[in-house]
Write a protein that binds this ligand. Structure first.
Ligand SMILES: O=C(O)c1ccccc1NCC(=O)[C@H](O)[C@H](O)COP(=O)(O)O
Length: 205
């Protein structure tokens, strides 16, 4: 069963829509972004999330004390490193983690092998480090033969292409932000459609 993460949530009704539709994880962005939330905002949103749904905090080159403070205050279940964090840095922070890699070539996929956490393969950022709504060439993943561990696929996914992505790339989880937005704001119907599509596709496999 391919899991689903809905990222960049900022409003309670969107969190509820994701949870009610069966999201496995939801993401709050604490890095510079038009989707950035404060600790208080995320803590208020987290109230709507049952313990069965992972609360993921997205960080870009943040300092360990800030990450630890936010992890406890919200509280979060997973830290998603979306910057230039090294394996040593992630070990030092010592929290459950995903590490994002911007995929331009196979060498970016292979960098994941030196990290001890679940990789998230994403398109390179445009304005910010992530959440660009752009896809990357999935052939890079399939041709790289990356088999070290399960991985998450992100980057420009939407209800129209996620089925093909799951077929081709076989990720353990898919992650979406822009693809469930209309005019840069999350949309409940698109959130439901995305999650439903992933679940239907998973049942077929
Ligand atoms: O979403 C952001 O604005 C963001 C900003 C800075 C770093 C990471 C960010 N998002 C991380 C995510 O997990 C997104 O879901 C992922 O990049 C895919 O985004 P999209 O292509 O828009 O679906």
């Amino acid at each position: 069963m391919t899991k689903v993460k809905i990222c960049g949530l900022m409003e309670a009704r969107h969190v509820r829509a994701a949870v009610d539709a069966g999201a496995d994880a939801i993401g709050f962005v604490f890095a510079p972004s038009r989707r950035q939330v404060s600790i208080d905002q995320a803590a208020r949103l987290a109230i709507h999330v049952p313990s069965s749904v992972l609360k993921v905090g997205v960080f870009v080159n943040a300092v360990p004390t800030d990450i630890q403070e936010i992890y406890e205050a919200v509280p979060l279940d997973i830290v998603q490193y979306h910057g230039d964090e090294t394996p040593e840095f992630i070990e030092k922070v010592g929290l459950p983690a995903f590490k994002a890699f911007s995929i331009k070539g196979s060498e970016d996929v292979h960098r994941a092998a030196s990290y001890n956490v679940t990789p998230l393969f994403d398109a390179p950022g445009v304005e910010f480090k992530g959440g660009s709504g752009k896809t990357f060439n999935w052939d890079i993943l399939t041709q790289s033969g990356f088999k070290e561990r399960p991985f998450i696929l992100a980057g420009g996914l939407n209800a129209g292409n996620v089925g093909e992505a799951i077929n081709q790339v076989k990720p353990v989880m898919v992650d979406v932000s822009s693809g469930v937005e209309i005019e840069k704001r999350k949309d409940e119907q698109l959130i439901r459609e995305f999650i439903k599509t992933v679940k239907l596709k998973s049942e077929e496999r």
